[in-house]
Ligand binder design. Structure first.
Ligand code: CA
Length: 376
């Protein structure tokens, strides 16, 4: 028996002994006391993604995940990562995991709005919960059970696997001074945010990532959102659009997902399931930390770039968009029972944590940003 296998077996036996002494029962059916299979029993999985190959943070994260799982499993679970289009087109990765063509996919739940409208609540809701609040809902407030239930008919187990944090409002070639400036505005903005813009008098234009720059340059669109400073700088939008608006009202904390084929996951021994769960959770943390750090660094770079003005959307514009968001959500829940159920759970939790955040996180932010009390 090699050392790592010995350690794993010993740890499992110790856990088993503690349980038998206290008379406790395992919390779930997964047993971790099964010795891992030998190296000859390598399990090969495919991880497909909606991200271009090597895409900063999100694509990089998939490679990290595969590496961590390979290391933790002693090479038993060997995962090969494919960027969007390398094996499966981006928007087909849900079906690929559902049918078992790939065992895993990295994406965002709101991409599946056409297939499962309620999935949007597990991505991001305009003016909704931020990353920390989403974690609270998903991991401790019952959100995960709803998400798992929603994907179960498709043979997919979802894991929260990263969050972009709040995004930027986007790049605009003209100023937004009032609600009237939204009328006729052609903007690349997908998902619920796009529906809200349409209701506010604008036009949401769908553009693939590779076409956005050209469309903005040629005036096919007047504005575009993308992610945040880190990714936006690389797209070069600052060369062709003067105004960089905040906040990203449409994506206040976009959760990323790792989808795993249910049959493939269930076939893993208990210890290997824990390896997958643990690696997903590690990536979940890493992604937000990376976004927050890189966005802060690149914001500094943008701030010093001549020809770019960083602006806040006027209050009346944000309040107007908020009203339109409520209308869009009301339409969604009226047309889809699953959306109604998940919407109600989402807002019940949002209201709950909002009361707490108002006197906790918000108060700390207020103090740290106030000029007179800014803490150095
Ligand atoms: Ca975005």
């Amino acid at each position: 028996m090699d050392r790592s296998r010995f350690l794993r077996t010993t740890a499992a036996l110790t856990l088993g002994t503690a349980c038998s002494l206290s008379g406790c029962r395992p919390e779930h059916e997964d047993r971790t006391d099964t010795p891992p299979p030998g190296p000859q029993e390598t399990i090969k999985w495919k991880l497909v993604t909606t991200w271009p190959p090597g895409f900063p943070v999100l694509g990089e994260g998939c490679s990290l995940l595969a590496g961590w799982i390979r290391e933790m499993s002693g090479g038993t679970l060997d995962i090969r990562v494919y960027g969007a289009g390398e094996l499966i087109p981006a928007m087909e990765v849900f079906d690929a995991v559902s049918t078992g063509t790939a065992q895993m996919a990295s994406s965002a739940a709101y991409y599946w709005a056409g297939k499962i409208p309620a999935a949007q609540f597990f991505g991001s809701v305009p003016f909704g919960m931020n990353a920390q609040q989403m974690n609270s809902w998903l991991m401790a407030g019952g959100g995960m059970a709803l998400w798992e239930h929603l994907y179960a008919p498709h043979g997919i187990i979802p894991f929260p696997c990263g969050n972009t944090g709040i995004q930027m409002g986007g790049w605009f070639r003209k100023e937004i001074r009032s609600i009237q400036d939204l009328a006729g505005l052609k903007m690349r903005i997908p998902g619920l945010g796009g529906k809200v813009l349409e209701r506010a008098g604008g036009t949401a234009v769908l553009s693939a990532g590779s076409e956005i720059y050209t469309n903005l340059e040629r005036g096919v669109i007047d504005a575009t959102e993308w992610i945040g400073p880190y990714h936006d700088v690389r797209m070069g939008f600052g060369d062709i659009a003067r105004y960089y608006y905040f906040p990203g009202w449409h994506e206040p904390g976009s959760t990323l997902e790792l989808m795993v084929n249910k049959d493939a996951f269930e076939a893993l021994p208990g210890w290997l399931k824990e390896v997958v769960r643990t690696a997903a959770l590690r990536l979940h943390n890493w992604v937000l930390a990376e976004f927050d750090t890189q966005n802060a660094r690149y914001l500094k770079q943008i701030t010093s770039q001549p020809g770019i003005e960083i602006r806040r959307f006027p209050g009346e514009v944000l309040r107007f968009l908020q009203t339109k968001t409520r209308e869009v959500l009301n339409d969604l829940v009226a047309s889809d029972p699953a959306s109604k159920e998940i919407h109600d759970a989402y807002f019940e939790h949002f209201n709950l944590v909002r009361d707490w955040f108002r006197i906790s996180e918000w108060e700390n932010y207020r103090l740290s940003f106030a000029e007179e009390t800014g803490f150095q």
